[in-house]
Design a binder for this molecule. Sequence first.
Ligand code: NAD
Length: 419
Amino acid sequence: MRITVVGTGYVGLVAGTCFAETGNDVIGLDVDAAKVERLTRGEMPIFEPGLVDLFSRNLREGRLRFTTNYDDAVKHAQILFLCLPTPPTEDGSADTRYVLAATREIAKRMDGYRLIVSKSTVPIGTNKEITAEVKKHYSGEFGVAANPEFLKEGTAVEDFLKPDRVVLGVTDKRSWELLSAIYEPFVRTGAPILRMDPASAELTKYAANGFLATKISFMNEIARLCEKAGADVDLVRTGMSKDARIGSAFLFPGIGYGGSCFPKDTRALVQSARKFNLDMKIVDSAEQVNESQKHILLPKLLSHFGGSIAGKTIAIWGLAFKPRTDDIREAPALALIEKILAQKAKVRAFDPEAMANVKKLLGGADAMVLATEWNEFRMPDWDRIKGLLRTPVVFDGRNIYRPDFLREQSFTYYGIGKP
Ligand SMILES: NC(=O)c1ccc[n+]([C@@H]2O[C@H](COP(=O)([O-])OP(=O)(O)OC[C@H]3O[C@@H](n4cnc5c(N)ncnc54)[C@H](O)[C@@H]3O)[C@@H](O)[C@H]2O)c1
């Protein structure tokens, strides 16, 4: 099929590449001319495991190309996937401006049937707004559908190629047939393609992210209680997770969730509900707990150094909002760094995707803070670290190290929710 992905960010690039991989003829459209130029030259602007290989092959074999030209992109496509940003507005609701602006540009150029699919995370009712926008500029036949994306940065390619489920919010048979045919190759192992109305599809995405964010904040509150009560949150977590109704995923406490989705989607869900005079207390609280969780290590740092870290140098391991990505949008590490700097301490930060030299980072630091649990941080050379730090103290913001082991090595250890 001939497909255009509108917006070549994390979602558009992965979706476009994976659609090309299954034999479709794909154009990636973006307003960012520099990005389109880089992509056309074969350069990958983001770090996403496994993406470069697929991208290079499909580019070489001519199933994938990039443009800034709406004329070409609309002429080419039977289906257009909107993979555009939906950032928060001042009150936290999702800004659909980019989605509607792109829709307008598409509609103005339509000369026959096209299916416009919103892959962006959009509030309930946006598909109706997209339909209304198309009708302002075009009077022929067309389809609009909601197909929220569930990929996770860091495993985005794998998630796209082997989704747990595909959600299709459609209002007519033609849209359903086109979209389910496109997704058929990705669900051969039996994952369901769920057909629903667009409003339910739009809400499914927010409900899923709101629930996951709540799970994390719930465990972070349990971790706070553990600290006060002298319990170990990792033991509590393991004990809970053996209940099949609870499961083991997303129960890990830490210094809070970040990224371009959870913070913005939880706020947008709360705002969406307000429009229907509904106060979503649980998700609202999950977001509030998360905001304070991002700074949870600061009091520990202050108390370790006798009330002040002024003039100290703090080494931060991990800047990305989670491992296996270069994305630092709303990363908890950045919020913590801001607080540390406000205390007049210095920060040396390292991230596997940003820098290469650990020595530069640790040499002369007073303490090490683990902020993002990259795999390469799991088994470091502790002898070397001890030699590099002025005082051997580790603040483990993701509970990845064994406190007893580090204490045996004469480190002072601070975790989250641990005695
Ligand atoms: N990043 C994720 O992990 C993820 C996962 C699921 C869903 N989503 C949702 O998908 C959407 C896109 O997210 P993203 O992370 O890919 O965003 P992104 O910021 O990485 O990419 C968006 C791209 O759209 C381009 N763009 C902006 N306006 C345009 C226009 N009018 N025409 C053409 N291109 C335009 C930008 O230049 C940019 O390249 C958001 O709604 C997000 O919530 C993201």
